[in-house]
Design a protein around this ligand. Structure first.
Ligand code: GLA
Length: 373
């Protein structure tokens, strides 16, 4: 960790600029982005900031004010598994853009601020996307944001080795204030869907259970593999067009996994219809159903996430669900603004009674995507 250090102090030069990219909350559409499904994330106000300066050789130096380690080496040495740990998210983006044929050279980069780490709010995508914008500007790449998404995904999938689906990177790069991003992962199409809870007397509260989970471990990959196996067993390219009736042909071990995907995609479409109709206060039952499906059929929840949702509902939340990859991280609860404070107190005391670590609770406000500062 290099807390208190400055770019000048570390690299003996001034940065050429600063770039920020937000974390995300997924409103609904969980564990479907690797199954050609629909998801509906929004960018949060918390973001990662990088300071960077271009180099005219291939050396890359990366440090963070918040984390130990980093990277100091040649871009030629970067590839699958190298560098490991958090620096791979950033250096991997340079590697992927260069591999795509863009004139990327070395860089000095300091992470000065970060989305809360390990809270399931996509700090990794925020680091990738802020780095991607820095690289684009510093080397004059003529690339739209759509073209940066695959490079960020390659960094995560190939350099870090986390087989995630791509929702987080799209949210961080494409989200806009006051909207959720409808992302169709079959063709990458996106649409901004109005979602500004505060304007409707609502609050979207994020409950970070403080249970930390790493997506590069086996569970996430096992779910992804099960979904791909189910699609193959049905002779379909993905579960996107599967119906519940189709799923009856599946083995009993695959059926619940596939059922989650099929029902979750339908819930996203219903949520979008309600938001388009100006009825955000009516999406609660869909959030509840999403959580039940993730907990029972998909088995990616945990005791702390279940408790967060149950306690939020007891205290009057309109709906609550885990968000992100699961096995820890955060839950979200939609609540009337005037009940938010009491709900937070109730969830906090439920955690204390159960003997769990105190959760960290914050309001999530649909915010802007990545930008230069
Ligand atoms: C993680 C991954 C995403 C997505 C979610 C689950 O956040 O990074 O790609 O699969 O889990 O919806």
């Amino acid at each position: 960790m290099t807390a208190g250090a400055s770019f000048q102090g570390l690299f003996d030069r001034e940065p050429d600029g600063r770039w920020a990219a937000p974390g995300r909350v997924n409103l609904i559409g969980e564990h479907v982005d690797y199954a050609q499904g629909l998801c509906l994330p929004f960018a949060i106000a918390e973001h990662t900031v990088v300071e960077a300066a271009a180099r005219d050789d291939d050396r890359v130096r990366i440090r963070s004010l918040a984390e130990d380690g980093g990277f100091d080496g040649s871009l030629d040495g970067v590839g699958p598994g190298a560098p490991g740990a958090w620096a791979g998210y950033a250096v991997g983006v340079l590697w992927a853009l260069r591999a795509a044929g863009h004139p990327v050279r070395g860089m000095d980069l300091l992470v000065t601020d970060s989305v809360p780490l390990g809270a399931g709010l996509s700090s990794s995508a925020a680091l990738e996307c802020s780095t991607a914008l820095a690289v684009t500007d510093l080397f004059g790449l003529r690339l739209g944001r759509d073209a940066l998404i695959p490079a960020c995904i390659r960094a995560e999938n190939e350099v870090v080795g986390a087989a995630t689906g791509g929702m987080d990177q799209a949210a961080s790069l494409l989200a806009t204030t006051g909207h959720a991003l409808l992302l169709d992962t079959r063709d990458g199409a996106t649409r901004q869907v109005p979602f500004a809870p505060a304007g409707e007397g609502l609050a979207l509260i994020v409950i970070d259970t403080r249970v930390r989970h790493h997506l590069a471990d086996g569970q996430y990959g096992a779910r992804r593999a099960a979904v791909e196996k189910a699609a193959a067993a049905l002779g379909m390219p993905s579960l996107r067009d599967a119906t519940l009736a189709d799923l009856e042909r599946l083995d009993p071990d695959l059926l619940p996994r596939a059922r989650h995907v099929v029902t979750e995609i339908a819930r996203v479409a219903e949520t979008v219809a309600l938001l388009d109709a100006g009825r955000p206060g009516d999406i609660g039952p869909l959030l509840d159903a999403s959580h039940a499906s993730l907990a029972v059929d998909y088995e990616v929840s945990c005791a702390e996430l279940d408790l967060a949702c149950a306690a939020a509902r007891e205290a009057g939340a309109l709906g609550a669900r885990m968000t992100g990859g699961g096995f820890g991280g955060s839950a979200i609860a939609l609540v009337a603004a005037e009940r938010a404070e009491a709900m937070v107190a109730h969830v906090t005391s439920a955690f204390a009674k159960a003997g769990h670590t105190a959760p960290e609770i914050r309001e999530a406000v649909p915010s802007a995507g990545a930008h230069r500062l």
